[in-house]
Design a protein around this ligand. Structure first.
Ligand code: F6R
Length: 612
C-alpha cells in the first residue's frame, strides 16, 4: 500500500527515485511524486497515473543527489495531483505510507494556528504537524510528532535547512534500508534496494534513521544509538524483473516449480531410506502442535485460501480441530483463545495490517503463534513466536501465484511433520507423501507446457460476465482461490461454491452459456461432483472440468458432460490443489490478457495491504 523510497549519495537522485518507484509500483499506482534537494532548495514534482507519467514532469536539467519518492494507493482523498505525495508545509517535505487515524483532530488543532491543508490527505496534516513542532532539531520534532500521531506510518522527511539529509521513522508500515557505494537508500521493500545491495536492515519501529551520503544512523526516541541486525537476500535483480515474460504474473506462474522446490528443500531429511520433513533449521519444536488444543489459521485473501487447504490437511492427518478465520473479522470477533491455542498466520508480504493485528491479538491472549511468510524480516515474521519462510522470492504481480503454492507446500510439510511426531502416520506413510511432495514441481512443469491449450480455452471465457467455480473438499478450497484470481484481474464477476450447495440458491444464476469451472480432482467425492456438474449442464452451463489423471477412467465421466476437460498429472488426491491451481492461474491470466487489461496492476488494488 504505497511505495516509498529515499536516497542520498553520489549519483543522480532522480534516477534512483524513478527506478525505485518503478520497482515499488506494485504497491500503488494511481499517482506518483518525488521531491529533490537542488541548489534552489527542495523541488517537488508529481503527477497522476503511473510512475512513467511522472518522468515526463521532471525537467531533464534537474540536478540532485538527495530526494524522496512516492507511488500512491489512495486512502484519504481522491486521485489528484494535489493529493499525490510528497506533501510540504513550511520547512518540511515528506512522503508517507500508512494511515494517520487522528488526522481530522490534528487538522482542527493546526487550523487554530492558521495552518490549513491544501489537499484532502492525512499525510499533509502530518507535514503540518511536523513543521509546527520544528525549531531546527529534527529529532525533537519527530519525537514529539510521534507522541501525537495515531495510526500506522512510514515517513521519509526532508527539512529545508538540512541539505541532503533524510530522516525516517516508522510504526506499522515497513521501511528497509541499505548503505551502498552509491549512497544510502531506504524504501518500503527490498526490491527497490536490490540494485545497490543484497544486505539490508529493517528499520525498527519508533526508531529514527538519519541518512547522509556515507552513513545511516539509527537512534531510538531517547537518542540512544541502535544497531539493527543485518539481513540478506539470495536473489538478484533478475528475480525482480520480467525476464522476457510479458507480465510479472506469467513469470511468477512459471517460477512455481522452483519456488516449491526451494520451499521444500531445506525441510527434508533422508533417514533409513525414508524422506521425512524436518524443521530443525526453522527451530520449530514438535510440541508446538502436540500441545495445541485447537489451531486457528488466520490471513487475508489468497493467503487465507492457502489456509483453507491447510485446514483440511492438518485435520485429516493430525486430527486436531482447525478453523480458518479472515483476519479482518477475527481481530474484532473477540475470538476464544488461550495458551493451548496455536494461531498460524499466513502472509506473503508479512505486512498485511489485518493479519498483523490478528497476530498481535493472538499473542496478547497467550496463544502460541506460527507465521508462514515470504518476505524476510517483515513485521509478521519478526513478531510471531515461530516463523517458516516460503522461499518464493519477490512476488511483484498484484495477483498472488507462486506465494500461494509455496504456502501450500509449507502446510503439507506441517501436516506431515506433526502427524509423524504424533504417531498418526508412520515414517513409511509420511515418506510416501513426501515423495509425492517432491514430485510436485515436475508435475507443475507438465501443466505449464499446456499453456497454449489454456490460452485457447480462455478465449471462450473472455466475453463472460459471471463465472462459477465449484468443487468439494480440497477442490472447494481451491475454488475459492480460482475465483479470487479470476475476478481480481479479469473483472469478471465470479463466485466459488461448494458444489453441493448450489441447489440451495445459486443454481438460479446458472443460465444458458454461464461458464462453470468444476474441480473434480478428489476421488471420494467425484461421483457427487459429477452429479452437480449434470445439474448445471441441465441448465445450459458451459462446463470446464478439471480432473486428476489418477482417477480418470471413472465411469461418471461421460462424453459430452463438459465443454472442456483439463487433466492434472496423476497424484495422490491431497496434492491436487497444487496442480489444479496452476490451471486456474493460467485461465485468469489469459482471460485478463484477452480482455486487454492490466494484468499485473488491476484497478483499485495494491499488492501489500498495510491499511485496515
Ligand atoms: C490476491 C492477493 C491478495 C493477498 C492478500 C494478503 O491475489 O494477492 O488477496 O493474498 O492481500 O496479502 P499477504 O499475503 O501479503 O498478507
Amino acid at each position: 500500500m504505497c511505495g516509498i523510497i529515499g536516497f542520498t549519495g553520489y549519483i543522480d537522485a532522480k534516477e534512483v527515485l524513478l527506478n525505485g518507484l518503478a520497482e515499488l509500483e506494485y504497491r500503488g499506482y494511481d499517482s506518483a511524486g518525488i521531491a529533490v534537494c537542488t541548489e534552489r532548495g527542495i523541488e517537488t514534482f508529481k503527477n497522476v497515473g503511473k510512475v512513467a507519467s511522472l518522468r515526463n514532469e521532471i525537467p531533464a536539467e534537474i540536478q540532485s543527489s538527495c530526494g524522496i519518492g512516492h507511488t500512491r494507493w489512495a486512502t484519504h482523498g481522491g486521485v489528484t495531483k494535489t493529493n499525490a505525495h510528497p506533501h510540504s508545509c513550511g520547512k518540511v517535505t515528506l512522503i508517507h505510507n500508512g494511515i494517520i487515524e487522528n488526522y481530522h483532530e490534528l487538522a482542527n488543532e493546526l487550523a487554530k494556528e492558521g495552518r490549513i491543508a491544501q489537499s484532502q490527505t492525512d499525510t499533509e496534516v502530518a507535514a503540518m504537524l511536523l513543521d509546527s513542532l520544528y525549531t531546527g532539531d529534527p529529532y525533537a520534532a519527530i519525537s514529539e510528532a510521534v507522541k501525537r500521531l495515531t495510526g500506522a506510518y512510514a515517513f521519509c522527511i526532508l527539512f529545508a535547512d538540512q541539505k541532503d539529509v533524510i530522516y525516517c521513522i516508522r510504526k506499522g508500515s515497513p521501511l528497509v534500508a541499505c548503505m551502498a557505494e552509491e549512497g544510502a537508500v531506504i524504501a518500503s521493500d527490498m526490491v527497490a534496494l536490490l540494485r545497490y545491495s543484497k544486505e539490508y536492515f529493517v528499520l525498527p519501529e519508533y526508531n529514527i534513521a538519519k541518512l547522509t551520503k556515507n552513513s545511516i544512523m539509527v537512534t531510538d526516541l531517547y537518542g540512544n544509538t541502535v544497531t539493527p541486525s543485518m539481513l540478506s537476500v539470495n536473489w538478484d535483480m533478475s528475480a525482480a524483473q520480467k525476464n522476457g515474460f510479458k507480465h510479472y504474473m506469467l513469470k511468477e506462474i512459471h517460477e512455481q516449480p522452483e519456488s516449491v522446490r526451494l520451499t521444500i528443500r531445506p525441510r527434508i531429511k533422508r533417514e533409513n531410506g525414508f524422506v521425512l520433513p524436518d524443521f530443525s533449521e526453522d527451530k520449530i519444536p514438535d510440541d508446538l502442535f502436540m500441545n495445541a488444543g485447537r489451531i486457528i489459521i488466520t490471513a487475508c485473501g489468497t493467503a487465507m485460501h492457502a489456509g483453507l487447504v491447510g485446514r483440511i490437511l492438518i485435520e485429516r492427518m493430525l486430527r486436531i480441530p482447525v478453523t480458518v478465520e479472515i483476519a479482518s473479522e477475527f481481530r474484532y470477533a473477540d475470538p476464544i483463545m488461550d495458551e493451548r491455542s496455536l494461531v498460524i498466520v499466513v502472509s506473503q508480504s508479512g505486512e498485511t495490517a489485518d493479519t498483523l493485528a490478528a497476530l498481535r491479538l493472538a499473542k496478547e491472549k497467550g496463544a502460541k503463534t506460527l507465521a508462514i511468510v515470504n518476505v524476510k524480516g517483515s513485521s509478521i515474521s519478526r513478531e510471531a513466536d515461530y516463523c517458516m519462510y516460503t522461499h518464493a522470492g519477490p512476488e511483484i504481480a498484484v495477483a498472488s501465484t507462486k506465494a500461494y503454492t509455496a504456502q501450500l507446500a509449507v502446510f503439507y510439510l506441517i501436516a506431515l511433520r506433526f502427524a509423524m511426531a504424533a504417531g498418526k502416520l508412520s515414517d513409511k506413510q509420511v515418506s510416501e507423501y513426501m515423495n509425492e511432495l517432491e514430485a510436485v514441481p515436475e508435475k507443475i512443469e507438465k501443466i505449464l507446457k499446456k499453456r497454449d491449450v489454456i490460452k485457447e480455452l480462455s478465449k471462450r471465457l473472455t466475453p463472460a460476465s459471471d463465472l462459477f467455480f465449484i468443487g468439494r473438499g480440497l477442490d472447494y478450497a481451491l475454488s475459492c482461490e480460482g475465483s479470487i484470481k479470476l475476478k481480481e484481474i479479469t473483472y469478471i464477476h465470479s463466485e466459488a461454491y461448494a458444489a453441493g450447495e448450489l441447489k440451495h440458491g445459486t443454481l438460479s444464476l446458472i443460465t444458458g452459456g454461464t461458464p462453470v469451472i468444476a474441480l473434480g480432482t478428489q476421488k471420494d467425492v467425484f461421483p457427487k461432483l459429477i452429479s452437480n456438474v449434470k445439474e448445471v449442464r441441465a441448465r445450459g452451463a458451459m462446463v470446464i472440468l478439471v480432473t486428476n489423471e489418477a482417477n480418470d477412467g471413472d465411469e461418471a465421466l461421460e462424453k459430452g458432460i463438459c465443454a472442456e476437460h483439463l487433466v492434472i498429472p496423476a497424484c495422490k488426491d491431497e496434492f491436487a490443489p497444487f496442480l489444479a491451481a496452476v490451471y486456474l492461474q493460467l485461465i485468469a491470466y489469459y482471460t485478463s490478457s484477452y480482455r486487454g487489461l492490466d494484468v499485473d496492476q488491476p484497478r483499485n488494488l495494491a499488492k501489500s495491504v498495510t491499511v485496515e
